[in-house]
Structure formats: C-alpha cells, structure tokens
Write a protein that binds this ligand. Structure first.
Ligand SMILES: *[C@@H]1O[C@H](CO)[C@@H](O)[C@H](O)[C@H]1NC(C)=O
Ligand SMILES: *[C@@H]1O[C@H](CO)[C@@H](O)[C@H](O)[C@H]1NC(C)=O
Length: 396
C-alpha cells in the first residue's frame, strides 16, 4: 500500500516533471530561435557597418583626391589668370601707345583745308571724328622726376624725336649748332656733349621753341621776319619755310623772353603757341606744307608763363614767379572743348631751385624733357581718362 502510493506519487511527479520539462524545452526553443534571429540581425548589421565603413573610406579618399585635383586646377587657373592679366596690361599699353600715336585732331573745317576732292574731304572728316573720340587722356599728376645731367648754359632745349628715338641738345637761346645722340643712355654716358653728332644749321634758332619729329627739326629763326623753318636732319637741308603772322617782338611766355613762338610737332602735325595781346594763342599747322589750318585763343595769360606742352590735343601752360619758386601747371585749353574747366587739377612740379626754359612732352614715353638752369630733367606724367569718357556730359 505504501509502496503503491509512493509509486503513484513518483509517477505523478515524473509526469509533472516531464510536463515541466516539455514546457521548459518549448521556452528554450523559443529563446533559441529569438537568439538566432538576433544573431542574424547582428551579423547583417555588422556587414552593413563594414560596408558603410569601406564606403566612407572610399568616399574620403575620393574627396581628398578631388580636393587635391581642385587645388591643382585652382593654382593653374590662378597662373592662367595672371597670364591673362599680363596680356591685358600689354594690350592696354599697346592701346595707350596707339592712342598717343593718334591724338585727337582739332575740328578743322574741311573747306578751309583747300582739299580739292570731295571724297578725300569726307574721308578726312570721318577720321577726325573717329580720332576725336579716341584720345581721352588728361594729365592727372606729375609722378616722378629724374635729373639726368647738366650740360651747357642755363637756358636751352633737350628733346627726343618720338618717332626715331634720337635725342637732341640745343644749348642756349640763339645758336646754330645742335647735338644728336642715339639714345638718352648715350647722352648720359657722354662727357658733356662730346659723343654727340654735331649738326650746324643754315641759320641760328631763336628762343627755346624748337621741335623735332620724324627726322625733321622745326625752329624759328629771326631774319627780317619771324620764320618757321623745317629742316631735314637726315640730309641737312631746308625742307620748307613759312613766315608767321606774329606782330612785334613780344614773347609767348613772359618768363622766357627769348622765346617768341613755341613749336610742338607730333603725329597730328605742327602746333604753334604764339603771343596775341595778353594771352597765348594756338595755331594748328600742316607739318608737310607749314600751312596754318586753324587758330584758337587759349585765354591763358602770358604773364608769369614759363613754358607749355600739349597732351592729347590739350594745352597745359606752366607758370612760375620771378625770382623762381615752384612751377605749376595752371592753365588748360582743350581744342576739342572736352575738358571742362576745373576738371584739370592745379599741379605743382617738384620743388627746384631753377626755372624751366623748355618743357618738351614725349607722347610715347609720357614724360616731359625739361631744361632747368642747365640741368636735363625728366618728369613722368600720370594720365587718366577725361571725366566725360566715364560719364558722358549732359546734352545741351
Ligand atoms: C653751352 O653754352 C654755354 C654758354 O653759351 C657755353 O659756355 C658752353 O660751353 C656750351 N656748352 C656746350 C656743350 O656747347
Ligand atoms: C633730302 O631728302 C629729301 C627726302 O628724302 C629730298 O626730297 C631732298 O631733295 C634731299 N635734299 C638734299 C639736299 O639732298
């Protein structure tokens, strides 16, 4: 009885146990399957992570390669840009040069020019109009000064032929001998004027108003009347001459009384600054024939005027005092009426002890060849565009 009870108890226990075991097994299976799923997910995640990592690495590498290439291209671009800048500068300089070679023509009335063919007149008119709009420079500053040498007497002229680049020395205000040098360097290397070629003219020059352009010397000589002589420096002969309609013996600049007429020769032809009453007048002449084409009153006073030069069809008159102080560029006259009064600033030359006897502007170099108390000086000019070129003046 006791055994059977125990047995049945054991059986019951065993059944219970197997039930529990069965239950436990089910739990285990469940957990196992969950674990497997998780493992799978972890494996997948690892795989993805690895892929991301390698992708990131690849991306980083590509980015750095790209950046490197970009910086290389950037520096190449910079170099290219610099090259382009240099080219632009050069083109600008060439444009400036072309502009200086083609300064504006005055408004010549075609009928006054005694040109027979209508077609030629029309052509000329067009050219004048074109060139009027091309030359738009105005002197804005005296940028630098260089004292080159001291040869000769207190008054004289030195100038460079802007066409042939030869340099000429005219010592004094009434001589018949001048000196020719192949370059400014030759002149500065020369002791005095010994290295220069000596040229003797058929008559003595008067004052300091001579000009040299394209192998021709234009100078005034006083015989019975005041003459303009065009002298061929290449073969030493007089090419032409004309009498100037200037009355009396009054100087064009009161501070240089020896100079009755100041001649300026350039690509445009020949300009003459001459006295008329209290003011300085301007004449435009044909450099070929010495015909007078047009005249203007600049309204610039002669009193205390020292010298003058022309840039781009604009006359700049330089004034000083006696005894001399600082030369200043004080009166401006534009043959094209384009420079408004007040636009050209009052400019002072660097302080010097002497006085200018001549100022000869070289349009190619944009500098003035000055003779000051026997010194040969170069003044470099800064130019800028006239205001109307940037903002056109209001219509009248
Ligand atoms: C220049 O002229 C002055 C005075 O007329 C004279 O003393 C001098 O020797 C001349 N110089 C030259 C280089 O001809
Ligand atoms: C000088 O040269 C010009 C042009 O070259 C010529 O017309 C002239 O006859 C020459 N004069 C002399 C004197 O040789």
């Amino acid at each position: 009885m006791e055994v059977s009870f125990l047995f049945s108890l054991l059986l019951g226990f065993l059944a219970e146990l197997s039930e529990a075991q069965y239950h436990y097994q089910g739990l285990m299976n469940y957990l196992e399957s969950r674990m497997l799923a998780m493992e799978e997910r972890i494996a997948l995640w690892h795989e993805q992570n690895d892929r991301y990592n390698s992708d990131l690495k690849k991306f980083k590498q590509q980015a750095s390669e790209l950046l490197e290439k970009l910086s290389q291209e950037h520096s190449k671009l910079k170099l290219d840009l610099e090259g382009a800048g240099v080219k632009v500068d050069r083109v600008e300089r060439e444009m400036d040069y072309i502009e200086t070679k083609n300064p504006p023509k005055p408004c010549i009335k075609a009928a006054d020019k005694m040109v027979e063919q209508e077609a030629v007149v029309e052509q000329k008119k067009k050219e004048q109009f074109f060139e009027l709009s091309v030359c738009i420079d105005i002197v804005s500053n005296i940028r630098a000064m260089k004292i080159l040498k001291r040869v000769g007497s207190p008054k004289g002229v030195w100038t460079k032929d802007s066409k042939t680049a030869k340099v000429y020395i005219f010592n004094g205000t009434s001589e018949d001998t001048l000196y020719e040098f192949n370059s400014v360097k030759d002149l500065s290397a020369s002791a005095g004027v010994s290295k220069g070629k000596q040229i003797t003219l058929p008559s003595a020059w008067t004052g300091t108003g001579h000009a040299v352009y394209d192998g021709f010397l234009y100078y005034t000589s006083e015989r019975s009347e005041l003459q303009v002589i065009k002298y061929d420096l290449k073969n030493g002969s007089i090419a032409d001459s004309a009498v100037l309609p200037v009355e009396g013996q009054i100087p064009v600049y009161s501070l240089n009384p020896e100079t009755l007429v100041d001649l300026i020769a350039d690509e445009e032809g020949l300009w003459a600054l001459y006295p008329a009453g209290d003011t300085i007048n301007l004449a435009k002449m044909d450099a070929e024939t010495l015909d007078i084409e047009q005249m203007w009153d600049t309204l610039c006073p002669r009193t205390n005027a020292e010298a003058a030069f022309i840039v781009c069809g604009t006359v700049y008159v330089v004034y000083n005092t006696r005894p001399s102080s600082r030369s200043r560029l004080q009166c401006v006259f534009d043959v094209n009426d384009m420079t408004t009064s007040g636009e050209a600033p009052l400019l002072y030359f660097p302080r010097r002890f002497g006085a200018h006897s001549s100022l000869k502007y070289n349009p190619v170099e944009r500098q003035v060849y000055a003779w000051d108390d026997g010194y040969q000086i170069l003044y470099r000019l800064a130019l800028r565009k006239k205001l109307w070129a940037i903002a056109p003046p209001p219509e009248e």
